[in-house]
Ligand binder design. Structure first.
Ligand SMILES: Cc1cc2nc3c(=O)[nH]c(=O)nc-3n(C[C@H](O)[C@H](O)[C@H](O)COP(=O)(O)OP(=O)(O)OC[C@H]3O[C@@H](n4cnc5c(N)ncnc54)[C@H](O)[C@@H]3O)c2cc1C
Length: 768
């Protein structure tokens, strides 16, 4: 988890990972500001660089080459990364309103959310045209378009909008598709240019050049009239002409996000956010913005990535200056930007100050500029300790001196805290004590299981468990969900139903408002999970400490004859795992800035999936033993089960579902700090030398947080059980091995790389 070393004094929330904000993140990573916490909220964690999009469509770049991965960048900046869509801004309450998560408080907010093609004004456009933005929505749809063209069901591709983006995109599409189909001459392409013609606003020489390129490539240009309506498979122009097409792409004039209109901020007549020369929303000192989403008050500027990129350093400096009480500087957009427009093949034509140059070398030049830009956000300099930065103190440059005085007082209070008791120490200490032997304790320390079981005299038995750990992700809301799921997992593993929970929380020392915001978000996430489980949160205890931590003491109920033990494995049964493994290595890689944001976000989503429905499905399929896979890793928990059941087990490595990125992370030698402890259990593996050479072997020891259930079900019911688990949303659930009768061998676990039998395999999927 990325934590500021000191208390947070100011929260800066960046909305959207647009071209300006990536520069702000890099800037704060290079020069952290003590006491300032950055949070990036973005809909897509892989943010596309539009300059390379046509090159990707044309087939010159892979998808990862044209995206900036916000995970390592946010880590570099010491920023929290929240993947969500912002749907509003409570300017009076200084809160960002998100689609999924609770509002995120800010001291300063900055918007760099881009724009989208305007489909609202043309009847039918929103329903029947494919907008190019947001680009990440466009890419899968373009892949579907391409598949239709390759299958021969689409032949005529029409693009509306003849600005630089539209022209480049259609040329790239034509280049790609004509090379891929068997009969290139059968394809038709049309550019609908409107009354301004091709590339309006550009020098005449450039426009003439592109008209010639389009003609040479057999792309029809329809100019002189605007699109009046769109229907399925056709457009109608304002002069009455109707043009039929199989595919209609849309890249017309940009439109702003609709929710800006609800914020009360000053907007221009088209709904873009008005900003002053310092990139502040008109009349506000706490709201900044840059990129396509702004209407720049001093003078109109084009909506182009170049201007968003150039605004980035000014935006960073002005946010910093506002926090430190320094002088802000104006953004001075360049009068004439260099435009390099590619023709797909790969050639490009460039223009600046009226000069026009073209050729293959211009493409190479553009490619060099674009790759250099991407490297700035990919090859981040090693900055030891940069992300955490020194704690804010009285000498801090922050302008809010009252808050800094409060922080100094807190710093004195928290000296010397944070001592922890190690797991080995704990088990030794517990081994030395003799708990009072109450007859009601059916499962306790004498034969520990996932949870204790106590006979309270009622019709059902009481299942009791406690879990507590420090924040493993830097998002308190998600962490609350994960902690609750982790604690409930023990109840489900015992076949129980959660009833009540008591929370134990530690919050870091800090300003009251900041502490309250984190605690509220964390408890909001936790309570959502508990509510969904039908588990009442009935109380708890909160204290201050060095790190954000959360745990739950959970009580559950289980029918007297239905509680599951680890010792219930039956030879011949199938071993079922309900969730993929790999959270330990991925979280470790994330801490080191080595994990892709999409891997980490997917792992977080998996940790937020409850085991409740899985437990129900297992119960319907005659489950005889279960455990939740957590800190000891898959192998450690399986060994606990085989020992208690006095059986052996075979694991089939290629059946074990693994989170995206976990193999890459292990391949780079990145492991959780618990891994070495877990690896000691390798002595339970038969034929170790051979087993160690198998791929995925290290992942067996990877400690899991809020992992899935490992359970045994009769082999005859395994297929139906897996189908039901998939149906219930556990898309990665898989039969990962079998229970064997106990052999003479000392080692109970046999590892095999694969097994040919036709059993349902794990499907690769991530919960929404
Ligand atoms: C085909 C095409 C080619 C282009 N080529 C070029 C070019 O070569 N050079 C050039 O200068 N310009 C080019 N442009 C224009 C360029 O795309 C835009 O001007 C530029 O992307 C604007 O950058 P931005 O920072 O404003 O926003 P964007 O780059 O669009 O980034 C917006 C970010 O905000 C996030 N976001 C959006 N809404 C929300 C929300 N509600 N909540 C949370 N996150 C949100 C998105 O996920 C994204 O990360 C091209 C455009 C197109 C369509």
């Amino acid at each position: 988890m990325r934590m500021n070393a000191g208390p947070v004094v100011k929260d800066v929330v960046l909305v959207g990972a647009g071209h300006a904000h990536v520069a702000v993140l890099r800037n704060f990573g290079m020069t952290p500001l003590p006491g300032v916490r950055l949070t990036l909220i973005t809909r897509e964690v892989d943010t596309p660089y539009s300059g390379m999009l046509p090159g990707h469509i044309a087939g010159h770049y892979a998808a990862d080459e044209i995206h900036i991965d916000t995970g390592p960048l946010a880590r570099f900046a010491g920023a929290r990364l929240y993947q969500d869509e912002v749907v509003g801004l409570d300017v009076a309450g200084r809160r960002v309103i998100c689609r999924d998560r609770p509002p995120v408080p800010y001291d300063i907010v900055s918007l760099d959310i881009g724009s989208r093609p305007n489909t609202a004004d043309i009847p039918g456009a929103a329903e029947h045209a494919l907008p190019v933005k947001p680009i990440d929505g466009f890419l899968p749809r373009f892949a579907a378009l391409r598949a239709r063209v390759l299958a021969g069901t689409s032949r005529h591709v029409l693009l509306v909008g003849a600005g630089a983006g539209g022209v480049e995109l259609l040329l790239a599409t034509e280049h790609r598709l004509r090379r891929e189909v068997a009969d290139p001459a059968a394809l038709r392409f049309t550019l609908v240019a409107g009354s301004g013609g091709v590339l309006p606003g550009f020098p005449a020489a450039l426009r003439a050049r592109f008209r010639a390129v389009l003609a040479a490539r057999g792309i029809a240009v329809e100019a002189g009239a605007r699109v009046a309506a769109v229907e399925a498979g056709a457009i109608t122009l304002s002069d009455g002409r109707r043009i039929a097409a199989d595919e209609i792409l849309w890249t017309t004039q940009a439109a702003p996000a609709a929710w800006l209109a609800e914020t009360g901020l000053a907007l221009d007549e088209r709904g873009f956010l008005r900003v002053d020369a310092m990139l502040r929303a008109t009349g506000r000192e706490d709201v900044f913005a840059a990129g396509d989403t702004i209407a720049f008050d001093p003078a109109p500027i084009p909506r182009s990535g170049v201007y968003a990129v150039r605004a980035g350093p000014v935006l960073a400096d002005n946010i910093r200056a506002t926090l430190t009480g320094g002088a802000l500087r104006p953004y001075r957009p360049q009068r004439d930007a260099l435009y390099l427009i590619s023709t797909g093949d790969p050639h490009a034509v460039g223009t600046r100050n009226g000069l026009v140059l073209g050729g293959r070398w211009v493409w190479r030049w553009k490619d060099w500029i674009d790759r250099r830009f991407m490297r700035r956000f990919r090859d981040l300099p090693a900055m030891p300790g940069a992300a955490s930065g020194p704690a804010a103190g009285p000498a801090s440059p922050l302008a809010d001196k009252a808050a800094l005085r409060d922080i100094s007082a807190i710093a004195m209070r928290c000296g010397g805290c944070g001592a922890k008791v190690g797991a080995t120490v704990l088990s030794r200490a517990l081994g030395a004590i003799a708990p009072f032997p109450r007859p009601e304790v059916l499962v306790g320390l004498a034969a520990p299981d996932d949870a204790a079981v106590v006979d309270t005299g009622g019709p059902r038995l009481s299942v009791q468990t406690v879990d507590y750990f420090r924040a493993i992700v830097d998002d308190p809301w998600r962490f609350g969900m994960i902690a609750a799921n982790h604690a409930l997992g023990d109840i489900y593993a015992m076949g129980g139903e959660p009833q009540t929970a008591l929370a134990i929380a530690t919050v870091p020392y800090g300003l009251e408002a900041k502490v309250e915001a984190d605690l509220s978000a964390m408890m909001d996430g936790a309570n959502a999970v508990l509510r969904e489980a039908g588990c009442a949160l009935v109380g708890g205890h909160t204290s201050e400490g060095a790190e954000l931590s959360l745990g739950f003491a959970v009580n559950g109920l289980v029918a007297r004859d239905a509680f599951l033990r680890k010792g219930g494995l039956r030879p011949g049964d199938a071993l079922v795992l309900t969730k993929p493994i790999g959270t330990g290595t991925l979280l470790a890689a994330d801490m080191r800035g080595l994990a892709r944001a999409r891997w980490v976000q997917a792992a977080i989503r998996h940790m937020c999936v409850s085991n409740r429905r899985a437990a129900e499905v297992l119960a319907h399929h005659d489950v005889s033993a279960a455990t939740d896979v957590t800190g000891f890793g898959l192998l450690g928990h399986l060994v606990e089960m085989t020992r208690a059941s006095e059986v052996d087990a075979r694991l089939i490595l290629d059946r074990i579902p693994v989170l995206d990125g976990a193999r890459e992370s292990v391949g780079r030698g990145v492991f959780s700090s618990l891994q070495p402890q877990n690896v000691r259990l390798r002595r339970a593996v038969r034929d170790l030398d051979r087993a160690q050479a198998l791929s995925d072997y290290p992942l067996l020891f990877d400690p899991q947080t809020a992992g899935g259930l490992l359970a045994s079900v009769p082999a005859a019911r395994a297929e139906a059980c897996i189908a039901a688990l998939h149906e219930a949303g556990y898309a990665a659930a898989s039969v990962i091995g079998h229970v064997l009768a106990r052999s003479d061998a000392l080692e109970p676990i046999v590892l095999v790389p694969s097994e040919p039998a036709a059993r349902p395999a794990a499907r690769e999927a991530v919960p929404a």
